[in-house]
Design a protein around this ligand. Sequence first.
Ligand code: FAD
Length: 630
Amino acid sequence: MNVSPEKKSFKTYMADESSPSSFARYLDGELWETKDTLREEISQGEVFQRSSYGLTLDQNRDLTVERLKYMLTRPIMRHHLQDQMKEKQPGFITKSMVITELICSADMGTGVKLGVVCGLFGGAVNNLGSPEQKETWYLPVTDLEFTGMFAMTERGHGSNVRGILTEAIYEPSTQEFIIHTTCDDAQKMYIGNAMKGNYAAVFAQLIINRESQGPHCFIVPIRDSHGVLNSGVTVVDMKHKEGLHGVDNGILIFNNVRIPRENLLSKFGCVLGLAVQAMAAMKLGLIIAVRYSHSRRQFGPKDQEEVKIIEHQTQYLRLMPHLSAALALTFTTRFAGRMMDHALCKGEVLQNNSSLQALVAGLKAYSTWENMACLQECRECTGGMGFMMENRISALKCDSDAFVTFEGDNVVMLQVVVKELMTQYSKQLGKSVFGGFIKTWTSSVSDSFRTSFLGLNVDTVGDLRFLLKALSYRERVLLRSLAARLYAKVEKNKQEFFDAWNCCLHHVTCLALAHIHRVTLEQFALAIQECPVEDHTLLSKFCLLHGTSLVYQERAWYLEHNYLTPTTSRQIRTQLLELCSSVKDVALKVVSDFNVPPCCIQAPIAGVPNPRADWAFHSQPEYPIRASKL
Ligand SMILES: Cc1cc2nc3c(=O)[nH]c(=O)nc-3n(C[C@H](O)[C@H](O)[C@H](O)COP(=O)(O)OP(=O)(O)OC[C@H]3O[C@@H](n4cnc5c(N)ncnc54)[C@H](O)[C@@H]3O)c2cc1C
């Protein structure tokens, strides 16, 4: 079998070689041209034709550096990084998300390394620095003169950034800061690009006149342009991890390193990029699993051809809800990006916009967990082939596993969401934090009677409005009951707030997820209104599936709260099965419309040849005729 892929344009291998469908364009959004340019750049880049599977740690890291350099030197990237330095660039975040998604589809390690160098280090310098600091510390990054890193986490403190122990003591006589690792627990850990980077944005307690002023950010030189470490800096390689082998994570230790006063920076960065990275991994996993499920055959009626594995009920029940979630995330991350761009253009400091922070924090937690669940299903749904490295799913799982804890552990992120919801709620109630909660609680109970009436009518379950109301109801009830519980513990029983909050932590996380579930379904519903008319039916089905799946997951809660009756609960289950069955064929078109270049897919079981495993090749599935009916 001759399957060695020549260097071809990305369009060559797509299921449909004509121009992308209206749906593919709609999924790409307004920046489709940027996406197409990036697809072409990635497809033409020799560094992306090579597979990173089977390389040593060092080879893997070197390949990632080559890929990063290749991407940073593309004209589209250079312009974008120059824009990063300008104030109030319209659409900057949206474009960053598009770039992140495409590069992560090609290689998660390169995407993460780019995130460290440009997003975290670059973000720290650009968001926190003066124009002069940007010129000094970031412009050379865009010219590949040096790269940076982001050093926040310590051995002793990860999630609790306020507790970090690295010190930056200000010395007035020399106007210098002295950066020092005060003890073992103060060592900076897991730092990406630690073995190659030249500068680090280091977070440390600022000490002036022996008093701590809280965590601040400082730019510290780590090694010169020849790679020689600066005196007072020790770097330890953390070597092997579960995934992201191309990213060199290490430990940084500072022994009274002196830096000039202008190296102080004083604000913080954001996490939306991670939600997009997780979504990119999910889409890849789904492309591979859905294509294979449409070509692999096992079992069937007696004396007849075996059926495609997608025909097995459990197969489509496991994959289709994740596909609908990937679509929901496409629209919700786009919405969050637009909101962020809007806030930036208005000159808002993002760190002060708590509702935006709550949205981004919730999205990060939901998308990264959803991604892990999705990839595990993709791996199982592709049997033994899914376990083979050349088919990508295992590596994607390992590469994106870290996302659930890094840049803010998900459980901690969910608490950020709820703190914002509680703040908004107490503002609605008036002065006292939970004043009037009893009145509101009473209305919440009556609200439960009013809305649960819907649950008694089987006909309404298949209506998107019912699902939207159900998710919104759950969020409201969880919010009000949490406020009531906290009020009772803190105000009445005089419990310490930390203990009260901790007793309610499970409730807190349920509320945060209920909130983000509701937001994703709302954004999905809005996306239907704006989509091309020919894609309306298709998108409506997936939206209904997303809502049904979210209510189905929480059916025990809805039953507890009399929102669903046993009959409507059973109806939700039947509806889930029917919807999954009805979209399983058109799923092939949807994953094709994700428009991911073949060199990013690489998996032979998805019908993309890979010279390292030509024996695994499965030809691309043909579209089932029924799919065209949707
Ligand atoms: C591959 C990789 C790359 C990384 N790159 C960088 C980098 O470049 N720069 C950098 O600064 N850091 C980096 N990190 C570190 C990362 O950001 C931290 O791992 C993360 O902040 C979590 O900190 P921790 O690991 O110390 O977990 P901990 O804070 O010790 O938390 C452990 C667990 O305890 C629980 N927990 C903690 N606090 C709470 C709470 N308040 N409520 C409920 N549960 C809680 C959660 O389950 C949590 O996962 C990287 C990590 C990895 C794995």
